[in-house]
Design a protein around this ligand. Structure first.
Ligand code: NAD
Ligand code: UDP
Ligand code: UDP
Length: 311
């Protein structure tokens, strides 16, 4: 059955891939974005599709539309962007969640929240399971994002318990791919852009911190599977690639793939930078029958090709 689907943050990296996939499945898509980190060029190819509608709107303000499903992705995701205006970041997560949940309640829509592995903070449990409550600094420079996303999860579960809104909470781990902004500031885009320009790759700290990188196509597949689960499935559920790399390993892989003469330089480690991160995806495997298919070396190739074409 074709549905009317709202995607907030739809002009961003993940949102644009999601809009494209949903349109491909025959649904009507309303993309809402304030273009803080997103870009119209990400969704330019979709504008010809009669089932696609675009609205410039900030989710911290109420929105009255009629839809069947809501994917709530609006929020800057890169540390440099979410720290640029931290008060607005918290407002986007918290007021944005309240407005989208109020909308879901009024129209009886199902709603999915793009939450994050950052709810685990600098995790003591490794790999991270959904039952882990996290190790989060409430007053640090990452807190606007981490605590904003944690509060959004609280709101989702309270609207579910109190108002019986159908919710799906997805904890996304580091995801990369084409359409990340070249100046996004996240590690995969930074390293590829630096290597393509023949600049030195900037490792923050000694590069021993770890992340687990998921290719965007895998992530979007998991997201849509979660939305389509039975009503009793609420999450939270981890979606990410459990293969873990140090940041130094990532830098070396990018340099060899781009075949650049770039060297590696170190810069100070930002405060509260998590030392390790790797999802336990047992729940996603059993509930969604999902696991990532694209290995890092495979996903980096189209990502490098994309950045080569835009810079
Ligand atoms: P992105 O910055 O490319 O996309 C976010 C989009 O939200 C942008 O288009 C931006 O303009 C829009 N936006 C920001 N504030 C808004 C507001 N107040 N009103 C309307 N639109 C607003 O980032 P992304 O990587 O595509 O992330 C999408 C979502 O997934 C975010 O909620 C992020 O927290 C979550 N997430 C992403 C990752 C990842 O690795 N990519 C990891 C964990 C969680
Ligand atoms: N809201 C919205 N669109 C709707 C319905 C509600 O943006 O279609 C907003 C509304 O402005 C409110 C918020 O969502 O501030 C929460 O709505 P809810 O009904 O839960 O709370 P109330 O209106 O009772 O404060
Ligand atoms: N990082 C880095 N060099 C960069 C950008 C990031 O070494 O140019 C590090 C950063 O300190 C962190 C890791 O790479 O340890 C992942 O950073 P990113 O901002 O991509 O995501 P997050 O920290 O939110 O997982």
């Amino acid at each position: 059955m074709n549905k009317k689907i709202l995607v907030t943050g739809g002009a961003g990296f993940l949102g644009s891939h999601l809009c494209e996939k949903l349109l491909g499945q025959g649904h009507e898509v309303l993309c809402v974005d304030n273009y803080f980190t997103g870009n119209k060029s990400n969704i330019l190819p979709l504008l010809d599709n009669a089932k696609f509608e675009l609205l410039r709107h900030d989710v911290t303000f109420p929105l009255y539309v009629e839809v069947d499903e809501i994917y709530n992705l609006a929020c800057p995701a890169s540390p440099i962007h979410y720290q640029h205006d931290p008060v607005q970041t918290t407002k986007t997560s918290v007021h944005g969640a309240i407005n989208m949940l109020g909308l879901a309640k009024r129209v009886g829509a199902k709603i999915l929240q793009a939450s994050t592995s950052e709810v685990y903070g600098d995790p003591v449990q490794h790999p991270q399971q959904e039952t882990y409550w996290g190790n989060v600094n409430p007053i640090g420079i990452r807190s606007c994002y981490d605590e904003g996303k944690r509060c959004a999860e609280t709101l989702f579960f309270d609207y579910h318990r109190q108002h019986h809104v159908q919710i799906k909470v997805m904890r996304i781990f580091n995801t990369y791919g084409p359409r990340m902004h070249p100046n996004d500031g996240r590690v995969v885009s930074n390293f590829i852009v630096q290597a393509l320009r023949g600049e030195d790759l900037t490792i923050y700290g000694d590069g021993s911190q770890t992340r687990s990188f998921c290719y965007v196509d895998d992530l979007i597949d998991g997201m849509i599977r979660l939305m389509n689960t039975d009503p009793q499935v609420t999450g939270p559920i981890n979606i990410g690639n459990p293969v873990e790399f140090t940041i130094l390993e990532l830098a070396k892989q990018v340099i060899s793939m781009v075949d650049s003469g770039s060297a590696i330089v170190t810069k100070p480690l930002p405060s509260d930078d998590p030392k390790q991160r790797k999802p336990d995806i047992a729940l996603a495997r059993s509930v969604l029958d999902w696991e990532p298919k694209v290995a890092l070396h495979e996903g980096l190739k189209p990502t490098v090709d994309y950045f080569r074409s835009v810079i």
